[in-house]
Design a protein around this ligand. Structure first.
Ligand code: GUN
Ligand code: FE
Length: 419
């Protein structure tokens, strides 16, 4: 099953800084895994079907390490506000509507349709506090063929009554009931999702920590995003040595933890994240829209933190991780003006972050090296060609910067075609 050969112009990250490019190459998918990229079809694969994509770009599927399903309807709205005011004025009232399953059905159907036609093959979603709506999001994602982690959000303080959970105990009970209904999925799995420190009491964090150990679950949350948020966390957790420490106290940091943003992580926090093996989800567009700042991506990487990209819809307007790659490069250039130590990110580095970097959260994902899961995009960039020849790298650069879904003509996840 799922053994085939794709012929085309193939690009993928070899390392953080190097891109492998092969024109008229053959990419072999053997039982849902890549068997590698070759200049001619290896003897043992000659009898398998050949997908003819000559002249088209073939690249790994993109990885969105951080997004919010219920915020797709809010994209581009209220972005004259900063993070905390935007959460209160727009996000919390919108998320409260997901107590109504028919509202969730309508909004999530549109959101999943959007992601399906774009370049992302895998994503980590925040849902809302509501179990039926979150299960509906999981079912729609499962039907789409995307591979996802989805979290029922936990929040029991500092939010409106219409959204917050009644107590830490009620949040725990609902989370356990939700987890009891997550076994039916093949490509979608749960992830524990305490919203962020200001939304969760210590009592709730202790209960979630116990659930994490009991079920062996990954965790996602927000960290060091915005200066006003940082000041609030210091007020709420005077005993913590920093924001990440406020999670570490409950043993919520580990190699299966994703922390979105890390814009204001200092060297001590970077060391803590690196030691715990945490993934930082860099969300540059959200960081611009919500006036959060320019994250120290190069310092995170140099400090040994694993980094991927996130769209952070609706802090970010665009779900496409091509757009996140472009934004990451552009934000890094502005950062360079303030911090001469940090060279801007290159195309190679941004492409790595959006494929292999974030892909590592899902296992052997984000590359075409033999043994990696076969997630691939086929892109017809003929209409983007200038009247002079471009190298493969230049063609990829144009596709990344234009970030248009319409050039994607085929999308494979774990060897299965989504379209
Ligand atoms: N911090 C807590 N909740 C949120 C959210 O929904 N979006 C962003 N960008 N930051 C958050
Ligand atoms: Fe977020």
């Amino acid at each position: 099953m799922k053994t085939m050969i794709l012929k085309g112009d193939i690009c993928y990250s070899k390392t953080k800084k190097t891109l492998a490019c092969l024109k008229n190459g053959f990419l072999v998918c053997d039982s849902g895994l890549s068997a590698g990229v070759f200049p001619t079809i290896p003897e043992q694969y000659r009898r398998f079907p050949l997908k003819e994509y000559t002249g088209k770009l073939i690249i790994p599927g993109l990885i969105d390490l951080h997004t919010h399903g219920p915020q797709f309807s809010l994209r581009s709205l209220g972005l004259d506000k900063e993070l905390l005011d935007w959460l209160e004025a727009l996000v919390f009232p919108e998320e409260a509507k997901y107590s109504d399953i028919s509202y969730a059905e309508q909004a999530y159907t549109a959101a999943v349709g959007d992601v399906k036609k774009g370049p992302n093959t895998r994503a980590c979603f925040f849902g809302t506090v509501h179990t039926p709506s979150t299960l509906r999001l999981m079912t729609l994602l499962e039907e789409s063929g995307l591979v996802c982690r989805v979290g029922k959000v936990n929040m029991d303080r500092n939010c409106p009554d219409s959204l917050g959970e009644a107590s830490a105990e009620a949040s725990e009970t609902a989370t356990r009931a939700w987890l009891g209904q997550c076994d039916a999925y093949k490509n979608v799995a749960p992830i524990l999702t305490p919203r962020f420190i200001p939304s969760c009491t210590d009592d709730l964090m202790r209960r979630l920590s116990a659930i994490r150990k009991e079920y062996g679950l990954p965790v996602q949350s927000h960290l060091s995003e915005n200066l006003r948020e940082m000041a609030w966390v210091r007020e709420l957790c005077p005993e913590s040595t920093g924001y990440a420490d406020a999670y570490a106290r409950f043993d919520l940091l580990g190699p299966e933890t994703i922390m979105a943003h890390c814009v204001w992580s200092d060297s001590a926090e970077i060391e803590l994240l690196a030691q715990a093996g945490v993934f930082a989800a860099h969300c540059p567009q959200s960081n611009m829209n919500l006036s959060s700042g320019a994250a120290p991506v190069r310092k995170l990487l140099a400090g040994g933190v694993r980094v991927g990209l996130g769209s952070d819809v609706a802090g970010g307007v665009h779900p496409s991780i091509f757009r996140a790659m472009t934004d990451a490069i552009q934000v890094s250039k502005l950062r360079r003006i303030q911090d001469a130590e940090d060279d801007p990110l290159t195309l190679e580095e941004a492409f790595y972050l959006g494929t292999l970097g974030g892909g590592a959260f899902f296992g052997a994902v984000g590359s075409f090296e033999a043994g990696y899961e076969f997630d691939a995009l086929v892109i017809d960039d003929a209409s983007l060609a200038p009247p002079f020849p471009l190298s493969l790298r230049e063609r990829l650069e144009r596709v990344v910067y234009l970030s248009e879904d319409r050039h994607i003509i085929a999308k494979y996840v774990r060897g299965a075609p989504l379209f």
